[in-house]
Ligand binder design. Sequence first.
Ligand code: BTN
Length: 260
Amino acid sequence: MTLSDWAPLHRWPAEAIWQAVVPRLPGFSIEILPEIDSTNTELMRRAKAGRHDPILLVAERQTAGRGRQGRIWMGEPGDALTFSIGLPFQPSHWSGLSLAVGLSLAESLGTDIQLKWPNDLWRQQRKLGGILIEAASQGTQSYAVIGVGLNIQKPAAHELRTPAAAIAEFWQGATAPLVLERVAAPLCTALLAFESEGFASLQSRFNARDALLGSQVSTSDGQQGLCRGVDERGALQLLTPHGLIKVSSAEVSVRPAEGA
Ligand code: BTN
């Protein structure tokens, strides 16, 4: 596609978001692209080339969207909001970052949005969206790329591993630009708060929305237990026959146990 072929699918509220964010994040810019392989891949490429400015990159369509653990993230234009925020980031601990991001999104979207440790937004036991966090470092400087995919409309069933929820189910007239306008500035604020304060002050708010709290779960590395919420670093606590264990690796995924 050449640039002259491109008619944007939407009008995006870039100016309003920029006005809200730039006082707290000097040098912040917003870029809306008709199509890219993946907004995360693009910001990681730029970071590796030394481009470390804070940016919100939105794509109307991704041709190679990525999920956690090497999975594909599908999403048709208009059916999903897909964006990444890149920013220089120096927290004292990174643990709990994806939980802080999920919590900010959930709190922007509504009281019945739940969080499934470590990276998913859920509603009524179905997946509403996901988060993919990556980091690049150069010397002592680190740069975080926070990718977010939210279902606006329900994706086609054949694309799914997990049953899907959509924002349009509870927000009539929701569009990708309206959802971006609601979530983007609070998310930037949450990232800056996490950088200076970490996860501990968010623990109880996360646990209040924990979709798995009190249920029997199994982890992809073969452990089973009763989910007891997260600790002050964001590690998932499971009560097993051998005692309380803490799961902190982002490479582990958690599901309700069979028959639970
Ligand atoms: C997951 O559910 O496993 C995480 C999904 C993250 C998808 C978003 S869409 C915008 C950004 N770019 C990507 O390639 N992935 C993230």
